[in-house]
Design a protein around this ligand. Structure first.
Ligand SMILES: O=C(O)CCC(=O)C(=O)O
Length: 258
């Protein structure tokens, strides 16, 4: 790279630690400046509060890929309109850059093989989901593992590590991210009988090894094969821009979806 800042160096090192398995989390406080974009966040929150689905653990106006893998209609919506929708979300931040577009450009610059979108039968999938966590919402201990969600997708089988990328647009009280260094293997997960690797029992896990109380502007990447959870939001709202990243090996691009 021609222009290297301490932030680039830190994140590049963190990425190597994550992909090699030496660490399970990468936390970069103040990754982006949330102050100039605070105005647009109010309209994003307002539209999610009315149009987003209230049934899942968070509200979103878009379709998470894991919901589309077994639902042809949702998959068609993602494949036909997803990339346009991604551009629409990016443009919400004009004249500033979307924090996720900033993250994408940084990863593309830092990862030697660059970064691409996950494809389904050759068609690219979108990347980035606004997730609104209102007061009382939480995520129970879970894992996110694409090969379990889309076993028929060849790329899913090639991914050796999966990361969640979370950019925190705002956070009220509560809503801590807990990460256990524990990876529950596929046979253990099958034996647990849990759908979607969601809902492991906290008592069986003990205390989490990493606990973050993210603030607006922070970026956290976690190895999502490690069990992780979000404690209940107790006041205000928590809004993130999130997606997933797959690492295949050192000579392949990072693969993204959401
Ligand atoms: O919002 C967060 O802090 C984490 C979200 C999450 O569970 C994930 O990235 O898999």
């Amino acid at each position: 790279m021609l222009y290297v800042t301490p932030k680039h160096e830190r994140i590049a090192k963190g990425l190597v630690a994550l992909t090699s398995g030496a660490s399970t989390t990468l936390y970069e406080p103040s990754f982006f400046d949330a102050v100039p974009i605070s105005g647009v966040l109010e309209s994003i929150k307002a539209s999610l509060a009315t149009s987003g689905s209230a049934s899942s653990i968070y509200r979103t106006a878009d379709i998470p890929f894991f919901e589309a893998t077994s639902d042809k209609k949702k998959l068609d919506v993602l494949l036909t309109g997803g990339l346009r929708r991604e551009s629409e979300c990016d443009l919400l931040f004009y004249p500033f850059i979307s924090p996720l577009a900033f993250w994408w450009r940084m990863m593309d610059a830092l990862w030697p093989m660059g970064i691409v979108r996950l494809a389904w039968n050759g068609q690219r999938l979108p990347f980035g989901l606004f997730r609104l966590w209102e007061s009382g919402r939480e995520a129970l201990p879970h894992q996110d593992v694409l090969r379990r969600e889309a076993p028929e997708l060849p790329t899913a089988q090639r991914i050796s590590r999966q990361f969640g990328v979370n950019l925190y647009l705002c956070n009220g009280k509560g809503g801590d991210l807990q990460v256990w260094d524990r990876r529950i293997s596929d046979p253990e997960w099958k034996a647990s009988g849990l759908t979607g690797s969601y809902g492991y029992t906290r008592d069986d896990l003990g205390a989490a090894q990493h606990v973050f109380s993210p603030r607006a502007g922070d970026m956290i990447m976690i190895d999502t094969e490690c069990v992780h959870a979000i404690t209940p939001v107790t006041e205000g709202e928590r809004l993130t821009l999130s997606g997933f990243v797959g690492y295949v090996d050192d000579s392949s691009p990072l693969v993204c979806w959401s």
